[in-house]
Write a protein that binds this ligand. Structure first.
Ligand code: CA
Length: 227
């Protein structure tokens, strides 16, 4: 992880200076902006490995910054926020944030989370031996991240793709909600799985038939071609 480039968008000086010190102490490059608009500009003008994003910014809401950041690139996003509300967490994760850290947090915890999302991003980017998962008419290419249903390309969000690819690795099996959350969002999830349910609902609608993803009572979900 030498030379990891982290962009921090945070207006609170005490937090940003602590974060910058800790990250630079392990030899990483840190860029810092104190507001959403310059942050997004900086994000687009250089290449970054991870974005650390505060939600309470002086110009744009961090949720909006996360949404626009997703359109700029596929780097992992960690939201750091004093807002620990479930609605904020769910919204941030739905918009493509990879992790969510509630203030105050320890610097060791932050470093561990950054390493975890970065490792995961690298693993996703590595070409695997077999990149296409086939379930009936459904073809999920994990290298190009393209999904075909018959002749049609499905337009999925990054997290919808991850959920579908996770299920497609072992079609027909019932996967636990917590395990899917842990794999796709790379986090220990002790609370609600509303985010996952929202992604499944959206996937079912894009697949055009809810039976593709069957809810398995008190377990989770299974992917299978509708009979
Ligand atoms: Ca703030």
């Amino acid at each position: 992880m030498v030379g990891m480039r982290v962009l921090l968008i945070e207006d609170d000086v005490s937090i940003s200076s602590a974060v910058i010190d800790s990250l630079e102490a392990v030899g990483w490059d840190v860029g810092h902006e104190a507001a959403g608009v310059p942050g997004l500009e900086r994000l687009g003008s250089q290449s970054w490995d991870v974005l650390l994003l505060d939600l309470g910014l002086p110009d744009l809401d961090g949720i909006e910054v996360a949404r626009q950041a997703r359109a700029i690139g596929t780097f992992p996003i960690i939201v750091i926020s004093a807002r620990g509300d479930e609605s904020d967490r769910v919204l941030a994760l739905e918009l493509g944030a990879d992790d969510y850290l509630v203030k105050p947090f320890g610097m060791r915890e932050l470093l561990a989370r950054i390493r975890a999302v970065h490792r995961r991003a690298i693993a996703v980017g590595e070409p695997a031996a077999a990149t296409e998962l086939v379930v009936g008419k459904l073809r999920v290419d994990t290298r190009t991240r393209r999904v075909m249903l018959g002749e049609h390309v499905l337009d999925l969000t990054p997290k919808e793709f991850d959920v579908l690819a996770y299920l497609a690795r072992d079609p027909g099996s019932a996967h636990r909600r917590e395990t899917i959350m842990q794999d796709v969002w790379d986090m220990n999830w002790y609370g609600s799985t509303k985010t996952l349910d929202a992604h499944v609902a959206s996937l079912r609608s894009k697949l055009g038939d809810a039976r593709w993803i069957e809810a398995v009572r008190s377990v989770g979900f299974r992917l299978q071609e509708p009979a």
